[in-house]
Design a protein around this ligand. Structure first.
Ligand code: AMP
Length: 379
């Protein structure tokens, strides 16, 4: 293996039918290779295919595994067990498997990715980085659902939060951008991608986040609707005979932007609004209304904020969303500068006016780099 691959981390994000990977140097952030395999039937074969392709391109990871620092895996649910990057052993695999009950859509494919990497790259340490980890230390008042305590305790029902790697990465950059000590910064992070979540962070520690036991709670997303009255599900059970499979399908696939207008991709929704489509318009309005409610809630939780940051596909690219989410909030100390907001760039940047008491940022997220760094730091 060429020396420029020494100490690189192979980051793997395994979905139910996809493998996203990146070979990256944790120190410099230099990406050696990256890709996405879709329509995956068999994770082991798909990963073997990736390694073959890389070898054909002169990056033979399987020939000299000694040079690779680690394989870093994104794992969605760490439950109450895992809140640090964790070296993967058979016991860790068994526990992630046990936690699949909490994340049936997400943990099983991650385990397939882990199994494939352990088999194909024997001798390379595998590290699990959990999407829930950053929210582990949230106050009990934020993690506790107001339902019967015994039932909640028996079944592990509490708010865990997700997208933690992104919230942590983005929020960790903000004190530097503000030139303030991290301990003095209260901030809100809005991760708006296909999935979407908001978090309130005080002095580097999360104090609240919008996703809960599962990634269904909170903001309006591509195919998930976020907060709804739980009575809706009882109602559908009574009047339409909904089974748990029907409910699962409604909540995970037929809600959010998709449920409201038939499109889950934000660009498609925006294009339809420009054509005067009313369903797309309503979908957008519901999306923005929810976002504004969470901004207000987290300003109250924090007692005011130093910064609000937008990140992920929609947050980094959709200037209209950023403007509409924070419009008319001057009395809350928030004022967007339209010219700054219109700038397109891959860099972290300020989009608020100089007078705005709250500094508003766009901060591109980089979950792969964060996973690579956490994996390398562990080893
Ligand atoms: P992510 O999950 O972070 O990859 O974000 C995916 C979402 O970002 C999709 O809904 C995309 O439509 C949206 N997105 C990506 N680029 C843009 C853009 N230029 N304008 C609006 N939305 C975008």
């Amino acid at each position: 293996m060429s020396s420029d691959l020494r100490d690189a981390v192979f980051v793997l994000n395994a979905g139910s039918s996809s493998l996203k990977y990146q070979l990256v140097h944790p120190d410099t952030g230099v990406v050696v290779a990256a890709g996405l395999v879709e329509r995956v039937q068999n994770h082991r074969d798909a990963l073997a295919g990736v390694f073959e392709q890389l070898a054909a391109d002169g990056i033979d990871l399987r020939a000299d595994t000694g040079a690779l620092c680690a394989v870093g895996h994104r794992v969605v649910h760490g439950g109450q067990t895992f809140y640090q990057p964790t070296l993967i052993t058979d016991e860790v695999v068994a526990e992630i498997e046990r936690l699949s009950a909490l994340a049936p859509l997400h943990n099983p494919p991650a385990l397939l990715g882990i199994g494939a990497a352990r088999e194909l790259l024997p001798g390379v340490p595998n590290v699990a980085v959990f999407d829930t980890a950053f929210f582990h230390g949230m106050p009990d008042a934020a993690t506790t659902y107001a339902i019967d305590r015994d039932t909640a305790q028996q079944y592990g029902i509490r708010r865990y939060g997700f997208h933690g790697t992104s919230h942590e990465y983005v929020s960790s950059l903000v004190p530097g951008l503000l030139r303030k000590p991290a301990a003095d910064v209260d901030q809100i992070v809005l991760h708006l991608g296909n999935g979407a979540s908001a978090s309130a962070i005080r002095g580097g520690r999360a104090v609240d986040t919008s996703m809960g036991l599962t990634p269904l709670e909170g903001l309006v997303m591509g195919t998930r609707g976020g907060d709804i009255d739980p009575g809706i599900l009882l109602h559908l059970d009574r009047v339409a005979g909904y089974t748990s499979a029907d409910t699962d399908e409604l909540l995970n696939r037929r809600s959010g932007l998709k449920g409201l207008c038939g499109d889950n991709d934000f660009r498609a929704v925006t294009a339809r609004i420009e054509d005067g489509d009313e369903a797309a318009r309503l979908a957008y309005d519901v999306y923005i209304h929810r976002l504004r409610k969470y901004v207000g809630a987290y300003l109250a939780v924090l007692g005011g904020a130093d910064a609000i940051s937008f990140t992920a596909g929609v947050g980094e690219n959709a200037a209209a969303v950023r403007e509409d989410a924070l419009a008319g909030m001057q009395r809350l100390g928030i004022e967007i500068d339209p010219e700054r907001n219109a700038v397109r760039s891959g860099e972290a940047r300020i989009i608020s006016t100089d007078e705005s008491a709250v500094t508003v940022f766009v901060v591109p997220t980089n979950e792969e780099l964060a996973i690579a760094r956490q994996s390398a730091a562990l080893l």
